[in-house]
Design a protein around this ligand. Structure first.
Ligand code: FAD
Length: 536
């Protein structure tokens, strides 16, 4: 997983707690993304900050919020960062790489083969291979590197017939923001702005209130008319110039004499980014979905409910416009799993503000409690796919509930391979029929790979499955099956249950009817006698 904002943290926790090994690469030293002390945004969600009472996201975000309430009653932003760090550190399945941006991905046959992550502080280059990847970077960096289909900007009304869309499409987005904090020092605190601070006038603030001073203004927003990724440096400068200009107005214009004892004690330096790329999935959420005007999703896995909350792209430089237009949906809405995986890169999911949505729908799904439940759903879905031999591009996942994945059907794979009962159980999926499937067994890190000619042969209800694979001696290895005739990459054949006994199994042979497979296997210790060399 790349990106340790609220989506990434929840995706990592969910996947790890379901038994997957997770590597989470986060390019900064703190977790939480815009909710971290670096940006300082509050997590909001479907209850619309009290505007829709009674609704509350459950699951991991609730756990995090409750822990924060109990252990950080002083509401320190840095302790919130630490709480997120602690949560991930307590998970033995999580490898956390901080200060480590993901910067490249290698893709073959529309699947990511490996990604590259770099930590310049420790002079490490990580080459990470995984069966599934989740892009939680907000900016969709992993999706970009992998060649996943993406969108940028605002769609034309004609494209999805959205009443809130603009007449013509453009490449503008919501802008970025810098916050500040200030407090009353009980004595006069002078402020002299630098020469590059903006000169802010009362007219510019007609729709932007400066009544309270302790916690900045989200409407100090700018840069949506530019490229919020590539122009980030310029946007940071302009935002700082506006922050200091607004503070200069508060302190020195004479309009706010009560501010004399107030001084800034923190100014953000990492522009909080609202919008950039969105990855296109099998379903693209639109205004209609959020307004409940489309049929219910059979694969609903998360929920949202924040208003459709659009802003003028140039933000502060459009003073004649209100800084936001918020339109509450009649009810909370469901988000389908098909919006959480790429439609052209087969082993890529996404979670957070970059899910598959139109600009209009994004203006609601982007808030962090929604990103968190989406992250939990994506992490959970990935593990279900992983352990049940599926891929996330299966369009007929069925499920419902908030942040939960239901048992899923498998349409592209003809075999349902589960390791949960006995050692190995294989069932034919109802209504699928095929004669022969070539299969190869391999080992991710082991030294022994499959013999050629190993195959799954299945005729009618009788099947024969032969597999040979070695087991990594450090027990961290997973056994994979690949079905080249279906163009599928590796499918894991390991469950938490099997993981415990895998050190005793090295090769297996399954024959017999599907509902009663006969399994024979060669014990690891016997194989060790044959292959004594260390694993490479
Ligand atoms: C000023 C402002 C006010 C907002 N107000 C609210 C609000 O009040 N409440 C609310 O809930 N939401 C609010 N939002 C929206 C919300 O903050 C974002 O939509 C949300 O943070 C998106 O979550 P995310 O996890 O997808 O991405 P992010 O929070 O952006 O997290 C992504 C993380 O990935 C990391 N990353 C990026 N690229 C890479 C890479 N290549 N490799 C590794 N890591 C990478 C980033 O450093 C970041 O930490 C606001 C946004 C802004 C900017």
């Amino acid at each position: 997983m790349a990106g340790g904002g609220m989506a990434g943290v929840c995706a990592a926790l969910a996947a790890a707690r379901h038994g997957a090994k997770v590597v989470l690469a986060q390019d900064r030293s703190r977790l939480g993304g815009n909710a971290s002390s670096e940006v300082k945004m509050h997590v909001v969600g479907a209850d619309c900050s009290g505007g829709r009472p009674g609704w509350r996201e459950g699951g991991l975000i609730e756990e995090l919020r409750l822990d924060d309430a109990a252990h950080n009653p002083q509401r320190s932003w840095e302790l919130w960062d630490l709480l997120l760090y602690d949560k991930l550190k307590r998970e033995p399945n999580v490898t956390l790489l901080l200060d480590s941006p993901l910067f490249a991905a290698e893709t073959r046959d529309d699947a990511i083969q490996r990604v590259l992550v770099r930590c310049d502080k420790t002079e490490h280059l990580y080459r990470i291979r995984a069966p599934l990847y989740i892009d939680c970077t907000g900016d969709s960096r992993l999706a970009l590197e992998a060649g996943a289909e993406q969108r940028w900007g605002r769609e034309a009304q004609s494209e999805f017939n959205e009443s809130l869309a603009r007449a013509a499409a453009d490449r503008q987005t919501l802008g970025s923001s810098l916050l500040f904090t200030a407090r009353d020092y009980g004595r006069p605190v002078p402020f002299t702005p630098p020469p590059w601070a903006r000169k802010v006038t009362k007219a510019q603030l007609q729709f932007r209130s400066v009544r309270s001073w302790e916690y900045g203004y989200w409407w100090i927003e700018w840069g949506g008319q530019l490229d919020t990724i590539r122009d980030n440096e310029r946007i940071r400068f302009e935002l700082l110039a506006i922050v200091l200009g607004v503070w200069d107005y508060i302190k020195n214009s004479g309009d706010k004499p009560d501010s004399a004892h107030w001084g800034m004690d923190w100014v953000g330096m990492i522009p909080g980014k609202r919008e950039s790329r969105r990855v296109v999935g099998d379903h693209l959420l639109t205004q209609h979905d959020l307004e409940g005007k489309t049929p219910a999703f059979a694969d609903a896995v998360a929920m949202g409910g924040w208003p459709l909350d659009d802003h003028p792209p140039s933000g502060f430089d459009q003073p004649e416009e209100r800084p936001a237009r918020q339109i509450q949906t009649a009810a909370p809405y469901n988000i389908p799993l098909r919006s959480l995986y790429s439609r052209n890169i087969r082993n890529l999911l996404m979670a957070g503000r970059n899910i598959s949505a139109s600009h209009v729908a994004f203006t609601s799904t982007r808030v962090m409690a929604t990103c968190a439940v989406v992250g939990q759903a994506a992490g959970t879905a990935a593990v279900h796919a992983f352990f049940q031999g599926m891929l996330p591009d299966v369009a007929t996942f069925t499920g419902q509930g908030r942040g939960q994945i239901r048992e899923a059907n498998l349409v592209k794979l003809p075999l349902f391979i589960s390791m949960f009962r006995d050692v190995l159980s294989v069932q034919r999926i109802k209504d699928t029929y095929f004669h022969l499937v070539d299969a190869r067994f391999g080992i991710g890190k082991g030294k022994f790979t499959a013999l050629s000619g190993d195959a799954i042969a299945m005729e009618s209800d009788v099947m024969t499955l032969r597999g040979f694979g070695s087991v990594d001696f450090d027990l961290n290895c997973d056994l994979f099956l690949s079905l080249p005739s279906f163009g599928l990459p590796q499918i894991p054949l390991i469950s938490p249950f099997l993981r415990r006994i895998i050190d005793n199994i090295a090769a297996f042979h399954v024959t017999g009817p599907l509902d009663e497979p006969q399994i024979s296997y060669v014990l690891m210790r016997d194989l060790q006698m044959l292959f004594r060399s260390e694993p490479k």
